[in-house]
Design a protein around this ligand. Structure first.
Ligand SMILES: *[C@@H]1O[C@H](CO)[C@@H](O)[C@H](O)[C@H]1NC(C)=O
Ligand SMILES: *[C@@H]1O[C@H](CO)[C@@H](O)[C@H](O)[C@H]1NC(C)=O
Ligand SMILES: *[C@@H]1O[C@H](CO)[C@@H](O)[C@H](O)[C@H]1NC(C)=O
Ligand SMILES: *[C@@H]1O[C@H](CO)[C@@H](O)[C@H](O)[C@H]1NC(C)=O
Length: 327
């Protein structure tokens, strides 16, 4: 007898925005779900609107599954959509959906990543989301641009660390804010594909360096589907302050989550203290199990506070499919 397992389905709030014609690697997220690190599970990929499993055998194929990653060589506009990775064995099944939006090159600024650096001290810009390419030991030579002008290799203001994705600015000035572009290329089976990331740098006064800054969610709305499980992480940059000085909480209609949802349909997940590129972050997920229509009318807020100040970020859960805006 073959048992049909009902899958535990999570819509993970990771939205990849990429440029048409570039190489893209999506990674099946491994959030605190222990099973997602279980390598004995069979992992498959498919696009939401298709039952067809994306295979990894044909090296000529434009879209290929490779373990827990999905490669687009290169991405095209019609690849926009929801991709689902399913992990299963004979007794277990879990699915995670992640979202991909492919835009034209002219919209590069609309999909930029926000980074913040403090003024009058040195700071590091990081070319983001290159993880999948770095894992492949690709020889990634990065070229950096500020407002489309190449940053001269000899310019003493900038320090490039070989074999890393960072650009160090010796002393950050307020006028350094603006758009930076990092470019590289990825070669697969003899073909070279461009990989471009755009960063919007904001400079922050040094006096505020220990104030928490919410870096994620970076959009005012999160798309959701009623009936599905969903996770929205709140990621807070805490500069040089120690993790234990900063509290991070989620509120619904200005009420603590555990007081609002006595049935535990909406809960706050485990707090994670992260050090990334030498900087301190705290991440606290808000978990909907499942999303219900009432969530579209509720005000959710992530609040981060320490003795130097606080920041609040309101976010709205919106029903997917209506009024979709990628800016
Ligand atoms: C299937 O995977 C689950 C989750 O990792 C694990 O607990 C279970 O033992 C596995 N079952 C089999 C038959 O391998
Ligand atoms: C994994 O799943 C696919 C699709 O169901 C199947 O074709 C393949 O044989 C499975 N692989 C293993 C190792 O179980
Ligand atoms: C998947 O696609 C179907 C049909 O297009 C849609 O109704 C559903 O909401 C989508 N699910 C997700 C998680 O996007
Ligand atoms: C939050 O407030 C809105 C507007 O008053 C209301 O419609 C919604 O049901 C409230 N949410 C919860 C979870 O009580």
């Amino acid at each position: 007898v073959r048992h049909l397992l009902v899958c535990d389905h999570t819509v993970y709030f990771k939205h990849y925005f990429v440029l048409r014609g570039e190489a893209v690697i999506l990674k099946c997220p491994s959030f605190s779900h222990e099973a997602f690190s279980d390598l004995s599970l069979n992992l498959t990929w498919h696009k939401n609107d298709s039952k067809h499993v994306i295979s990894g055998e044909d090296k000529e194929q434009r879209i290929q599954a490779k373990g827990d990653t999905l490669w687009f060589l290169p991405a095209s506009l019609e690849d926009t959509g929801v991709y689902i990775c399913t992990q299963r064995n004979s007794s277990y099944c879990a699915k995670v959906s992640i979202r991909l939006t492919v835009v034209e090159k002219t919209a590069a600024h609309d999909i930029s990543y926000m980074q913040k650096l403090f003024t009058f001290t040195s700071g590091k810009l990081v070319c983001p989301d290159l993880g999948g390419f770095m894992d492949k030991k690709a020889d990634l030579e990065l070229k950096w641009y500020k407002d489309s002008v190449p940053l001269d290799e000899d310019n003493k203001k900038y320090i490039r660390l070989k074999e890393t994705t960072s650009l160090i600015i010796g002393s950050v000035l307020p006028e350094d804010s603006g758009y930076y572009t990092c470019k590289t290329s990825f070669t697969y089976e003899g073909t070279q594909y461009p990989v471009t990331r755009t960063i919007l740098l904001q400079t922050v006064e040094t006096e505020k360096r220990n104030t928490p800054v919410i870096v994620y969610p970076d959009q005012k709305t999160t798309l959701a589907v009623p009936g599905y499980k969903m996770i929205i992480p709140c990621k807070v940059f805490i500069g040089l302050s120690r993790h234990f000085y900063t509290i991070v909480v989620w509120l619904a209609n200005d009420t603590y989550i555990d007081m609002m949802y006595k049935d535990d349909r909406v809960t706050v997940g485990e707090r994670q203290e992260i050090v990334e590129n030498g900087e301190n972050f705290i991440e606290v997920p808000l978990i909907f199990d499942p999303v219900r229509e009432v969530d579209f009318y509720t005000d959710f807020k992530c609040l981060a506070q320490n003795s130097d100040g606080y920041q609040v970020l309101p976010t709205r859960v919106k029903e997917e499919g209506i009024d979709f805006d990628c800016t």
